[in-house]
Write a protein that binds this ligand. Structure first.
Ligand SMILES: [Fe+2]
Length: 604
């Protein structure tokens, strides 16, 4: 039996296909439409899933939507009534879309997909919980979901056992750890729902000097991790902005204008909200251990993408094992809602996979060598086709030569991270690589560190961690013996001046606080990427390379060979590897219709 799960209309629309309970395909709509965080109905993602299984929509037994639209609307209505007449503008603004689209999701699914079967609506946090527990490698576990908001719940926990979930408690809107973080994302001048990652990356440059201000005014946290927020400081329940004027006067001024210069203040704010979040997450987890008595923990919801907080949780040793849904944000609701239908609605039994059931996240479209070859020939792009072994040798040498290489291989990843399917790679030992990649390839703020891809069996030789981190969701320090101590002069550096200090043997992936956002590469889930890093290790003695997603700033990660080629040509990437094809930038003709980004991004 086939089940399709859909998440849509908030951010990151996605679709997932289950075959007899097994996750066989999943993708985000943005990859097909090329609109970052596309939240429209995921028609392309659904069609991809159907094509993958070579089935017609009539063969799908159930379609699951990841939340309850009427309940969500009730929350919006009730919140506005409670605050009336304040917020009437935002309500009037939101209303047409709800009346036209969001309330009629059943009809929308029927019409868009010409589907006459059964359509089901698990609750938002059930979808998150199902995405956390059902694909996890545990027979039983506690789960915690934390996000901005779905219908009402913003934090919930409970127990997963076999094929069942039991929700034990929740915290409801407007109190929300996710929205607290988003408020600071907004105030520090980044985009809500995507800039949270930047706040986390900025935090190590700052001091937690606003922590007391946050605890004393914005949020009241009890010992059991439950919390209440003082809504006088926030505008999100009914307004069109995240923070209120009271918030702005508390922190000494209006929000930073997007793209304006980052100052120590933003770094200190980032550090403060990051530490508060970590402390609350650990408190919640402590309470969940006490209440559930479980040794394993599963996490999902947007807050679970905060890999620094996840690393803290891991080191707290409250649980023996932690598994985090890689698509922890709302895209993962597509997986969760489908699994909820299979296990909870249809009561089908669950088999536990030793690694997990996400297949390393390689759930998207794949293009084989014959497709790639035809694509290159048709467009007359110059390439060299190599056999696998010499290819790995060649790419290892390119990395060693400080070249930046696009690596397009196998199925596209599901979820926000590139994990060796659609990835840009480089030498982690190079002291210039972070700057080169940020400025010449990604065209983005240079404070953001890159992630290491490390052979799973070597992870503990480079980082202070003794568990795998296949989805780049855990942060740990570079091992002491690989660190380079700062000179006295360097330890006096502040803010972004700290960026250029070489801190370890693998500086391109070492953040200013010696931490790294680790991806461990397992030979079972991605054999070719594993072989490539192994070859680099054999030849050059380091089992780590730099991995950053294959895209430029503002664009979704590439999906097709055409997307990859365009991205390759628009940046200063040196080589592109697609399957067994090697493309050298020097051999390519400039694309006709292309913006000259190198020129575009100069100061004058
Ligand atoms: Fe959510």
């Amino acid at each position: 039996m086939y089940i399709i799960g859909i998440s849509a209309f908030y951010h990151d629309s996605a679709a997932c296909l289950l075959q007899d309970g097994e996750i066989i395909a999943a993708a985000q709509e943005e990859r097909f439409t090329r609109i970052k965080h596309d939240h429209s109905f995921p028609i392309n993602a659904v069609n991809y899933c159907l094509n993958f299984a070579k089935i017609d929509i009539a063969e799908v037994g159930h379609i699951a939507f990841y939340d309850k639209p009427f309940l969500k609307f009730e929350r919006i209505l009730e919140t506005h009534l409670a605050f009336a007449p304040k917020g009437i503008t935002s309500f009037i603004k939101a209303l047409p879309l709800w009346i036209k689209k969001k309330l009629w999701i059943r009809e929308l699914i029927k019409d868009n997909l010409e589907y006459n079967g059964n359509i089901l609506f698990p609750e938002h946090h059930i979808s998150h919980a199902a995405s956390a527990f059902f694909p996890s490698p545990f027979k039983e576990a506690a789960f915690i979901t934390m996000d901005g908001v779905g219908e009402w719940a913003t934090t919930s926990y409970g127990i997963g056992e076999g094929n069942n979930l039991e929700l034990q408690a929740d915290i409801k809107f407007p109190h929300s750890l996710g929205l607290l973080y988003s408020a600071f994302t907004y105030y520090t001048g980044f985009r809500v729902n995507s800039g949270e990652y930047k706040v986390m990356g900025l935090a190590p440059y700052g001091n937690p000097k606003y922590k007391d201000l946050i605890y004393n005014n914005l949020i009241d946290v009890k010992d059991d991790g439950s919390y209440k927020m003082n809504m006088k400081y926030f505008d999100y329940s009914v307004g069109l902005k995240m923070t209120s004027n009271k918030f702005h006067s508390l922190f000494g001024g209006p929000p930073r204008k997007p793209e304006s210069e980052l100052t120590q203040k933003e770094m200190d704010l980032a550090r403060s909200v990051q530490e508060v979040t970590e402390e609350i997450v650990v408190k919640i987890a402590k309470n969940v251990v006490k209440e559930t008595n479980k040794k394993n923990l599963c996490l999902a919801g947007g807050v679970a993408l905060n890999c620094v907080a996840n690393g803290k949780l891991l080191r707290s040793e409250l649980f023996d094992n932690i598994w985090i849904q890689p698509a922890a944000g709302d895209a993962g609701g597509a997986v969760g809602s489908a699994l909820a239908v299979w296990h909870l609605y249809l009561k089908k039994s669950r088999s536990v996979n030793k690694n997990d059931s996400m297949k390393g996240c390689y759930l998207g479209p794949e293009f084989n060598d014959s497709f790639i070859g035809q694509f290159l020939d048709k467009n007359d792009y110059k390439y060299k086709k190599m056999n696998q072994e010499p290819l790995f040798d060649k790419v290892a040498d390119l990395i060693n030569d400080d070249k930046v290489v696009g690596w397009f291989d196998g199925r596209m990843e599901f979820g926000p991270r590139a994990l060796g399917g659609r990835t840009i790679i480089g030498d982690a030992r190079s002291s210039k690589m972070q700057k080169t990649m940020n400025l010449k390839i990604k065209y983005r703020e240079s404070f953001r560190p890159f992630a290491p891809s490390v052979l799973a069996e070597e992870i503990s030789n480079y980082f202070d961690i003794n568990t795998e981190s296949p989805y780049m969701l855990l942060v740990a320090n570079v091992k002491k013996e690989k660190q380079i101590k700062m000179s006295n002069e360097q330890s006096g550096y502040f803010g972004l001046d700290q960026l250029n200090i070489v801190r370890s043997d693998i500086p391109a992936v070492t953040h200013v606080d010696y931490s790294a956002r680790i991806q461990s590469v397992n030979s079972k889930t991605n054999p070719r990427y594993h072989q490539l890093i192994s070859r680099f290790n054999e030849k050059y003695g380091t089992a780590v390379i730099v991995n950053t997603s294959f895209n430029v700033r503002g664009e979704p990660i590439v999906c097709t060979p055409d997307d990859a080629y365009r991205c390759f040509m628009r940046t200063e990437m040196d080589y592109l590897i697609m399957g067994n094809y090697v493309l050298d930038k020097k051999d390519q003709k400039k694309l006709k219709d292309d913006t000259d980004w190198q020129k575009e991004f100069q100061l004058d």
